[in-house]
Design a binder for this molecule. Structure first.
Ligand code: GDP
Length: 298
């Protein structure tokens, strides 16, 4: 993951080794190389511009430390700025004052929502919670069944519409599931919603209606990291149409470039909260900006 970016950046730093002091020309050259590295990684242009401006400002400024040589100083600055664009602090889940805490998932079809629902439910279970999975993707013929299978694997209960009762009405299923969760003492509810292959007004409206019906503490926008910068456009459409409080990046195992990860926080203003990096239930973790930056810098 991020192989090209890591290689490129390490080349930039190697060029600085052995220099006693950085001239303006050195800083310009370094900034230019970092810019190319980020563009190659498919990072969104406004994010690249802002990143480079910060690097130039800091590397050219008075941040001179006697303990670090110029190469080390640039590495330190790049590291800190990477952590910043990845979101700074790790963002934890927000819980409801009165259970159940409701987490709604939104995103395009194929983004990995249903898989993620299972991973998240299992993770919550491992933390001592009693999550309920809710099947509100009533569009895709097999989606309900897929969520039930995932739920079984995760060892958690799945709420699905009974035949003849709420079939075809995901808003009603969502609303009913909260009452069910309360009665059955589930302290967390994870609502899976329908996606389409592309952005679609009807899907957005349905997701917005589900959001209004269940008033979730978190709306997680689930996005396939492999789509790179396209993730940013989709994120903006979901931000406008439904609104979300956090991002989940999926398929990081297949993402060699890193553009989505490095752009989505800055562009949407919402933190990346979880990362999914494989098809198995355990291929999932809380997203830590500092660890991700360290991985990029190798
Ligand atoms: P949904 O339409 O958003 O509910 O997406 P699904 O959960 O059905 O996932 C779509 C496909 O992506 C499935 O084949 C999943 O196995 C696969 N998938 C989901 N998450 C990951 C991941 O993190 N890594 C990889 N490699 N595949 C994933």
């Amino acid at each position: 993951m991020f192989d090209t970016l890591s290689d490129r950046l390490s080349g930039v730093f190697t060029n600085l080794r052995g220099k006693g002091r950085l001239s303006d020309a050195d800083i310009d050259a370094t900034a230019r190389e970092i810019r190319i590295a980020l563009l190659e990684a498919d990072v969104a242009l406004p994010v690249v511009r802002q990143f480079i401006a910060r690097i130039k400002e800091r590397a050219g400024g008075a941040e001179v430390s006697k303990a670090l040589n110029p190469a080390q100083q640039v590495i330190k600055i790049v590291n800190e700025e990477l952590v910043a664009i990845l979101g700074g602090e790790t963002r934890r889940l927000q819980y409801a004052k009165q259970p159940p805490t409701v987490i709604m998932l939104a995103g395009l079809q194929g983004a990995g929502k249903t898989t993620l629902a299972g991973k998240l439910a299992r993770w919550l279970r491992d933390q001592g919670h009693t999550p309920l999975l809710v099947a509100c993707d009533l569009q895709r013929p097999n989606a309900v069944n897929q969520l039930q299978v995932v739920g079984e694997r995760a060892g958690v209960q799945t709420y699905a519409p009974e035949p003849g009762n709420g079939v075809g009405d995901p808003v009603r299923v969502a609303r009913d599931s909260i009452d069910f969760a309360r009665r059955a003492q589930h302290d967390m509810v994870v609502v899976d919603t329908a996606g389409r292959l592309g952005i679609d007004a009807e899907m957005m409206q349905q997701a917005a209606d589900i959001r209004a019906a269940v008033d979730p503490q978190e709306v997680l926008f689930v996005v396939d990291a492999m789509v790179g910068q396209d993730a940013v456009n989709t994120a903006q459409a979901f931000q406008d149409g439904v609104g979300f409080t956090g991002v989940v990046l999926t398929k990081l195992d297949g993402d060699a470039r890193g553009g989505a990860a490095l752009s989505v926080r800055e562009v949407t203003g919402q933190p990346i909260m979880f990362a999914s990096n494989g098809e198995k239930l355990e291929d999932f973790d809380v997203f830590h900006p500092d660890r991700m930056a360290s991985r990029i810098l190798g």
